[in-house]
Design a protein around this ligand. Sequence first.
Ligand SMILES: CC(C)(COP(=O)(O)OP(=O)(O)OC[C@H]1O[C@@H](n2cnc3c(N)ncnc32)[C@H](O)[C@@H]1OP(=O)(O)O)[C@@H](O)C(=O)NCCC(=O)NCCS
Length: 193
Amino acid sequence: MNIVPNSKIDKTKINHFFIEHWGSPEMVISSGTFQCNELEGFAVLNELEEIIGLVTYKIHGGICEIISLDSLVEKRGIGSLLINKVEKIAQEKDASRVKVITTNDNLNAVNFYQKRGYQIIEVLPNAVDQARKVKPEIPFTADNGIPIRDEIVLQKCLSEDRGIRSDIKYITDDKISRSVFIASKQRLARELS
Ligand SMILES: CC(C)(COP(=O)(O)OP(=O)(O)OC[C@H]1O[C@@H](n2cnc3c(N)ncnc32)[C@H](O)[C@@H]1OP(=O)(O)O)[C@@H](O)C(=O)NCCC(=O)NCCS
């Protein structure tokens, strides 16, 4: 597979790719409105020089954000090749994290990214309603029947620091857990009687 920087590809070809697969090159997400045809990225070309995979990204404030990722020939390693390339560039440019936003319906993408070291760091309920105000053509329902509604923010740390939160406390004392369990059981019994 031939992977090339988008800057080496005819702009109209890239523009056409976005029109065909996303309706327009404009991507509206909570982190901003992006003209994908003007972003840096990489494309995978087949032997006919046709684009069969495309990723775009933006590096800002030490974070590399993947803005779009598309593979037209799935399960052949194209998606992995493209994100590996972006992660390598991010490291070279001293970005400490790679971030990506997808939507709640896109279970395939959520699986794909998590298997490649990305972690869900935020869920933005109803964020797509805001995006639709700017881009009304965003569909309301995905092909799998799930309403397109919320944004899911995933992130991969490129350095060792995984940012483990110390403010999350679990009740680990067995006595407390048992007393909470008994109290809720008693409440349930009262409600049923
Ligand atoms: C998500 C997406 C980019 C993945 O692209 P892809 O080219 O299918 O990705 P890969 O081929 O690298 O990996 C997909 C699976 O195929 C498997 N695979 C790769 N090569 C394979 C091969 N030769 N034979 C069998 N399986 C293979 C991979 O192991 C992977 O499985 P895993 O996730 O269980 O490990 C693609 O599904 C897509 O474009 N979706 C629509 C747009 C989208 O949702 N983009 C992301 C939102 S920003």
